[in-house]
Design a protein around this ligand. Structure first.
Ligand code: AMP
Length: 292
């Protein structure tokens, strides 16, 4: 274990799983609970809100910072992904110096074999992100399962921003009978409504401002969904972005929240959600909104 020192207060940082497992074992007791927040770093307020929830609901909190290679289908995206470990640990420290940070190397996780396990997520993996990011969810399943084995959390916190990922993780937990509760957390947004994301760091100031249109469009789509068909709302969103040359829409979809099957005809009593993936100057952003 290494410690991050600040004004004589130290925060535990683990670079290897053996020391982390031992430390967690030493703090675990019959009335302790371990809250876990997996991240890829470049931390922003959205990540910190997950940590706050974990701190409020558990006796101990572990945060992992690991840019997981197997979930990137685009090598350039992996290469350009921001890596800011020092800043990240400072932010966590300021939030609460008792948080345990796990920042492993690729080898500590994959032990020489950087490959994904293959999962069956009952079709959740074939929709939206799954169509455009082949192999992505096998990579997510692989890393989350491995991190759960290492951290053995009581509760694990995931953002609804990656709603499909949240459903995939819940499915993986139930299919493998893992003893962990998955908690979906609210999306944290910038003042203009743009969902916070580590990728926002790569936007220029003006792109960041213009990207407010993504959430504005989702809000309007939600309004239109009250009186229009799924098809009509999808067509309207397509037209909004066809008319805006700064954005390249990859998909806009309306789907059943549970199965993620796209909506054709609205079915009464089903909960629908809108999902969007869009490029701004080659930077891929996603967002989602409940249509209830
Ligand atoms: P990432 O570092 O992008 O893998 O994200 C780590 C966790 O933080 C995931 O569960 C994300 O869904 C969550 N997250 C990312 N952005 C936000 C946000 N703006 N609001 C809430 N949670 C978020």
């Amino acid at each position: 274990m290494f410690a991050f020192n600040f004004n004589k207060i130290t925060m535990p940082i683990f670079y290897g799983k053996a020391a982390l497992i031992e430390f967690i074992h030493s703090v675990k007791s019959s009335d302790s609970t371990i809250g876990f927040v997996p991240t890829m770093g470049a931390l922003h307020q959205g990540h910190l809100s997950l940590m706050q929830q974990s701190l409020a609901e558990n006796t101990h909190t572990v945060v992992s910072i690991f840019v997981n290679p197997t979930q990137f289908n685009n090598p350039e995206d992996l290469e350009k992904y921001p890596r800011t470990l020092e800043k990240d640990t400072q932010k966590i420290f300021e939030l609460n110096p008792n948080i345990m940070v796990y920042a492993p190397s690729v080898n500590d996780i994959y032990e020489g074999k950087v490959v994904s396990q293959s999962f069956d997520f009952d079709g959740l993996e074939n929709q939206m992100e799954g169509k455009f990011r082949p192999g992505h969810f096998n990579g997510v399943g692989t890393i989350v399962k491995r991190l759960f084995e290492i951290v053995s959390p009581t509760n694990a916190y995931f953002g609804q921003k990656d709603f499909q990922q949240l459903q995939i993780v819940k499915k993986m937990v139930s299919k493998n009978h893992l003893d962990v509760t998955i908690i979906g957390c609210e999306i944290y947004r910038e003042a203009n409504g743009l969902a916070m994301s580590s990728r926002n760091e790569r936007l220029s100031d003006s792109e960041r401002e213009q990207a407010a249109i993504i959430y504005q469009t989702l809000l309007q789509a939600k309004e239109k969904f009250k009186t229009s068909s799924c098809k009509a709302v999808k067509q309207w969103v397509k037209e909004v972005f066809d008319a805006n040359t700064n954005f390249d829409l990859e998909y806009f979809e309306i789907a059943d929240e549970e199965t993620l099957i796209p909506c054709d005809e609205k079915i009464k009593d089903k909960n629908y959600r809108a999902f969007i993936a869009i490029f701004v100057n080659n930077i891929r952003l996603i967002d989602t909104i409940s249509l209830k």
